[in-house]
Design a protein around this ligand. Structure first.
Ligand code: PLP
Length: 426
């Protein structure tokens, strides 16, 4: 019943053939506690992927569960669309959320997914141009390997060649340059014409392969955007809400975007929610033609239960102790994995910030293929550790509430698995 029973549920990461013919050899999960997940066979795993990088407070945060439950009892549905009165909690949460972010990031729109809000950021940027009469400013620059979601526009922003190839045509007017190649970015601005470019979108630490912005890169991109009147959109769906030990990496680095996209940890994944926070200047620009409403929004935007979850998460992070622990615990895990590299040459590089950690693998003979990487993930699972990987990099994003013993266990289980893989290959 729970194994190989996936033809009704077309799981997002399965090939159609696997859905139709079976062969998905994984049991369902049935229970979560703290940083651990239990499957239907009764086995427990340490969840170093925090669901899909979003379960920041782990699986047992009573504060969030209670807040959502209470809100569902009091007012289970309300909208921020089409003349509806917003829920009181939407106003309260919006005020509280922007208070967490530096001025002038003072205005927030809500949606349900990161993809919805990265798309909304670009659409809002273009809306601003239209109402100001700059109708030719439609192009967007993004990085290859950047991830901004799926769907027509968010998928176009995402720089994954295969996603484009298999779903083409996605939205036009999005152009990609190599990650953090800022000379290439400047050349792209010149080639496409600065007056035609509405926005540049960046993740301050790219989730794919965990690639942090090099020193000074964010400030240089900010200056480039300022020089040409281009909006800077920061996608902090993964990096925001404490993942690196800060509420926002951009704010921590002192480089403010015009628009900031948040998601994932915003509710610790307990309820779908994402946010687009805009600067005062963006709102002012949009007022150029006061008669127009920005025509974007969905029925579930600003769902009261999501607002309650978001508020509870902010309360949980409020005193800063958890964020501080994320920084120290992450540094310690990275230190120990770097030390393990002396003995496990498969570990090529360890990087990241806080509890967003990339472990790049490489063999003397070169890169590992997709099947080999799947083998590494399987070995980790056999050792009781769940994680994701992108290309040749294992991505560790455990819940932020990871305890010291669990951090030890994570390193131990990962190194056991990597020794097994290295041993099998030799
Ligand atoms: N942006 C970034 C940086 C992400 O990592 C993701 C999801 O992984 C998204 C956007 C898309 O968010 P969602 O999956 O909620 O649509």
């Amino acid at each position: 019943m729970l194994r190989n029973d996936h033809d009704a549920l077309w799981h997002n990461s399965l090939t159609p053939q696997t859905v139709r013919d079976g062969g998905f050899d994984a049991t369902a999960v049935v229970h979560g506690k703290g940083c651990r997940l239990q499957d239907a066979t009764g086995a427990w795993y340490l969840d170093a992927r925090a669901g899909m990088w979003n379960t920041t407070l782990g699986y047992s945060c009573d504060r969030v569960v209670d807040a959502v439950t209470e809100q569902l009892r009091r007012l289970p549905v309300a909208q921020v669309i089409r003349y509806a009165e917003p829920a009181e909690i939407s106003l309260r949460y919006a005020r509280r959320l922007v208070a967490e972010l530096p001025d002038p990031l003072n205005h927030v729109r809500f949606g349900s997914t990161g993809s919805q809000m990265t798309s909304a950021a670009v659409l809002l940027s273009r809306f601003v141009r239209k109402v100001r009469g700059e109708t030719q400013r439609v192009k967007v620059l993004a990085f290859t390997n950047g991830y901004h979601g799926t769907g027509g526009l968010a998928g176009a922003l995402t720089g994954e060649r295969q996603m484009h190839a298999l779903q083409a045509p996605l939205a036009p007017e999005v152009h990609h340059v190599r990650p953090w190649d800022l000379d290439a970015l400047e050349r792209a601005v010149q080639r496409r014409g600065p007056e035609n470019i509405t926005a540049v979108i960046v993740e301050p630490i790219m989730g794919t392969d965990v690639l942090p912005a090099p020193e000074g890169a964010l400030a240089r991109i900010r200056a480039l955007c300022d020089r040409h009147g281009i909006h800077l959109i920061a996608d902090e769906v993964t990096t925001g809400f404490g993942r690196t030990g800060a509420m926002s990496v951009m704010a921590a680095r002192g480089v403010l975007p015009d628009m900031l996209v948040l998601g994932k940890g915003i509710t610790s994944g307990y309820f779908p929610l994402a946010a687009l926070v805009c600067s005062d200047a963006v709102l002012d620009e949009a007022v150029s033609r006061p008669e127009y409403v920005f025509p974007h929004g969905c029925t579930a935007d600003g769902h009261p239960a999501a607002m309650a979850a978001g508020l509870a998460v902010l309360e949980e992070l409020a005193d800063g102790t958890l964020l501080e622990r994320v920084r120290t615990r992450g540094a310690e895990i990275r230190r120990r994995l770097c030390a393990a590299a002396d003995e496990i040459p498969l570990i090529h590089d360890v990087r990241g910030e806080g509890l967003m950690i990339g472990v790049e693998l490489r063999r003397e003979s070169g890169r590992l293929g997709a099947t080999e990487m799947a083998g590494v993930r399987d070995a980790c699972k056999a050792a009781g550790l769940l994680l994701t990987s992108t290309n040749n990099t294992l991505v560790l994003m455990p819940p932020l509430v990871l305890a010291d013993e669990e951090a030890d266990e994570l390193v131990e289980r990962l190194t056991v698995a990597l020794r097994t893989v290295a041993g099998n290959a030799s």
